[in-house]
Structure formats: structure tokens, C-alpha cells
Ligand binder design. Structure first.
Ligand SMILES: Nc1ncnc2c1ncn2[C@@H]1O[C@H](COP(=O)(O)OP(=O)(O)O)[C@@H](O)[C@H]1O
Ligand SMILES: [Mg+2]
Length: 414
């Protein structure tokens, strides 16, 4: 069985959790890379006390929260350290420093390409404890983090676990709509949660989730899986394609591979993905052969996608009663292309066939599905009965209320 020891679902652990907040991609990468190098041990740990014994978990935020009176809960509660880009908008950044340092237990640091003494003083007065001058070296960041851990009170209450989530879409049969649902769910989740979200396409030998989203990937899971031994956060980041919604995508390969990836390779890839993203959504196609991998880790939520048809419902029944019986609480049945009162199948029959009620019903909308395929604009970006249903699923997964405010599209980061 795969190990889930790297994800911090169960953390109350001594891992140091770090949020990196910076709208400028290049500057953010500079700091992120230095942090990643700390984790890889490119720095002499012996001199740094126990700062890195348990590891550093980093989450990136690609925008400043716009409403300081209504800060994302995650940013206020989940992190030991929040490192903020000063230069993108110094006045807003300083207000952000003040808000976090007064209202949250996190230690706040600033990074900046400017070495204006005045700015350093203002940052410190706002509550920043460290001022990291760009380019940041591994040693700079390691020392700054070591000072934080040295000052951490030992009686500090255990921090709230970062509720990282693995959300897996599996079809009871090919063509049930797994790719359509997984990719649109991932877009909606990225937008509604405002958190880092990754879609991994493991569906078929040749991936089509990227096509569904209208993006053209340069790299794919094949690159990650072939070279899994050296896979880490920055290697993974270099293989991703970003969708306009903010969703990151690790596409499926565009050619047949000579050999199948091993379970070890898949497990490594998912573990790196989960360390680096708040939400990892997997298009697992109908691949029940992934059962022995971390894709079906006991902490994953499995969306079992089926349609109302004899073989689809029978297959779903076998999966529920034979494959997932021991962890049925984390399985949610999604009936796709649902039309009420399909001939011969009423609700009661469906529940009986499945042995459990379906949680989600996605309406049949040929026109909308067709439109998105022609325009390459994901369903989730338009308003239709399908997108509303998918958005509800995403909001529920993100722990948000079920009511969708009208026109609310970009979640907490406005
Ligand atoms: N709710 C729906 N209404 C109409 N068409 C749909 C719906 N869901 C999926 N489709 C269409 O069904 C086809 C198969 O869907 P796809 O997501 O590729 O299935 P899978 O990944 O399970 O093989 C696609 O053409 C897709 O656009
Ligand atoms: Mg598919």
C-alpha cells in the first residue's frame, strides 16, 4: 500500500508551514526555489538547529488578498511563516504585513529587490520580522527560518492541519464523462477556493484533459513518471501548464509510451503534487488498475462517475461493493447526463442498483458540451445547469457554503 506519510492531513506535526504571497511570478520563483533548496538539504542543517528536521511545507499564493478586512482563513490560521512580496504594491503589501502580524500567530517576512532603508524600517514597524533582499540565497532563507523556529514558543498550540485534499474522478465505464467533469471541477475549485489547485491527467494512455480546457501543454505525466527519482516541487512546476482560471495542469501524454509507469513512480508523483498544492484533482479515467497506487490513498475523495444505463450502473455496483467497500465513506457517486425519469430507471431503482444514494447529478446538456469542445472554453467558465452543478461540487469540496453568489467567479482573491 502506498504511504501517505508525506501529506500533512494529519499534521499537528512540527513541520514548518510557509505561505509565499507574491503577484510577480519571477520574484516569487526566486524565493520558492531557495525554499525548495532548503528542503533538499542544500544547506548545512547542523548549523540551523532543528528548523528543517521535520521539513518545510510551502504553499504559494499568486495574488495579494484584495480585501484585508476579509482575509482568507487559510492565510490567517494555517501558516507558521508568511513571506510577502513588497515590490508589486508596497503600500498594499505593508497593510497586509500589519494585518497578518497583528491578527494571526504567523511570523511575517518581506522580500524585495529594493534596499531602501526607509522601506526596511516601515516593514519592520508594520510587523515584518525579516527583510529578505533579492536575490535570496538558500543561506538567507535558511537562517531566517531558523530564527523563527528558535523563537517559536515550545508551548505553542498545535497548528491547524493544512487540509490538503486529493480528489479523484473515476468512471464506471469509458465515456461516462470523467474528463469533462474532472477538468471543469478543477477549474471551479481553483476559482472558488482561491487556493493552489493541480489537475493531473492519468485517464487514458493519451491524455485529453488539456484539450478539454483548450490549453496546449509542453510536458506531461510521461516526463514526471520517467524521471520520478529526481521529481521535486520545482521539477514538477516546470512540467505544468497554467490555465487562465489559475488552475495548474499536468497533462496526459500525447503519444503512446513503450512501458507502463510503475506504482512507485505514480506514488512519488502524487506525493510531490500533494506537497506543493492545496488541491490535487486526478482524472483517473476508468483505470481501476490504479487501485494499488496512491491515487486511491485512503485520504482521497473518490468521485465515482456513472450514467444511468445497465452496464454503467452494474459496473458502479461492482466498484462500490468490491473495490471500495472498506472505505465507502469517502466515495461519492456522481450521475452524469442525468435526466429525471429516464425510462425504466427511477431514483429508487438507481439507489438500489448502486447500493447507495448518488450525491451528485449532472444534467445532460449536449449543446453546452458541444459548445465548449468547439470554443475550447471550459463549461465551468460559463453559466449553465452543468456548470452550476459542478460549481456546487467544488464549493462543497472546498468547505464553502453551497449557495453560489451571483457572478462570484474568482473566489477569495477577487
Ligand atoms: N453532462 C454532459 N452532457 C452532455 N455531454 C457530456 C456530458 N458529460 C460529458 N459529455 C460528453 O461526453 C463525451 C465523453 O466525455 P469524456 O469526459 O471524454 O468521458 P470519459 O473521460 O469518461 O471517457 C464527451 O464528448 C463529452 O463532451
Ligand atoms: Mg477521459
Amino acid at each position: 500500500m502506498p504511504s501517505s506519510s508525506h501529506n500533512s492531513d494529519s499534521s499537528g506535526s512540527s513541520e514548518l508551514t510557509v505561505a509565499l504571497v507574491g503577484p510577480d511570478e519571477q520574484r516569487l520563483r526566486g524565493v520558492a526555489d531557495a525554499l525548495a533548496a532548503c528542503q533538499r538539504g542544500a544547506v548545512n542543517r547542523a548549523h540551523l538547529g532543528h528548523a528543517f528536521e521535520a521539513g518545510v511545507v510551502v504553499q504559494e499564493f499568486a495574488a495579494y488578498p484584495s480585501d484585508l478586512n476579509n482575509m482568507p482563513r487559510a492565510l490567517m490560521q494555517d501558516f507558521d511563516v508568511v513571506i510577502i512580496d513588497l515590490d508589486s504594491d508596497p503600500e498594499h503589501a505593508l497593510k497586509l504585513v500589519r494585518t497578518i502580524s497583528t491578527k494571526s500567530p504567523a511570523t511575517v517576512m518581506i522580500y524585495s529587490g529594493q534596499s531602501d532603508v526607509n522601506l526596511v524600517v516601515r516593514s519592520m514597524r508594520a510587523g515584518a520580522r525579516e527583510f529578505l533582499n533579492l536575490p535570496v540565497t538558500v543561506e538567507n532563507i535558511a537562517e531566517a527560518l531558523a530564527r523563527v523556529t528558535a523563537q517559536r514558543p515550545s508551548s505553542r498550540p498545535a497548528k491547524r492541519a493544512i487540509a490538503r485534499k486529493l480528489l479523484v474522478f473515476l468512471g464506471s465505464k469509458g465515456g461516462c464523462g470523467v474528463t469533462a467533469l474532472a477538468s471543469n471541477f478543477a477549474v471551479a475549485l481553483a476559482q472558488e477556493s482561491g487556493q493552489s489547485t493541480l489537475l493531473v491527467d492519468l485517464g487514458v494512455p493519451i491524455g485529453d484533459a488539456a484539450i478539454n480546457l483548450g490549453i496546449i501543454p509542453k510536458y506531461s505525466t510521461a516526463n514526471a513518471l520517467q524521471d520520478y527519482a529526481r521529481l521535486d516541487g520545482s521539477f514538477l512546476a516546470s512540467l505544468l501548464t497554467k490555465h487562465s482560471s489559475g488552475l495548474h495542469v499536468l497533462a496526459g501524454p500525447d503519444a503512446f509510451a513503450n512501458s507502463l509507469p510503475t506504482n512507485v513512480a505514480i506514488d512519488k508523483m502524487l506525493s510531490v503534487a500533494r506537497q506543493n498544492f492545496e488541491y490535487v484533482v486526478v482524472d483517473a479515467g476508468s483505470r481501476i488498475d490504479l487501485k494499488g497506487t496512491a491515487v486511491f490513498d485512503s485520504s482521497a475523495i473518490v468521485y465515482l462517475v456513472t450514467q444511468v444505463g445497465i452496464s454503467e450502473l452494474r459496473n458502479a455496483n461492482r466498484m462500490i461493493t468490491q473495490l471500495f467497500a472498506p472505505r465507502i465513506n469517502s466515495v461519492q457517486v456522481v450521475i452524469n447526463r442525468y435526466t429525471p425519469r429516464t425510462l425504466g430507471f427511477d431514483e429508487e431503482h438507481i439507489t438500489k442498483a448502486l447500493t447507495m444514494p448518488a450525491q451528485w447529478r449532472i444534467p445532460d446538456d449536449y449543446a453546452a458540451a458541444r459548445r465548449t469542445q468547439n470554443s475550447a472554453i471550459p463549461l465551468a467558465l460559463e453559466d449553465s445547469p452543468i456548470s452550476r452543478a459542478i460549481r456546487q461540487m467544488a464549493r462543497t469540496a472546498a468547505g464553502l457554503s453551497e449557495v453560489v453568489e451571483k457572478k462570484k467567479r474568482f473566489g477569495i482573491f477577487g
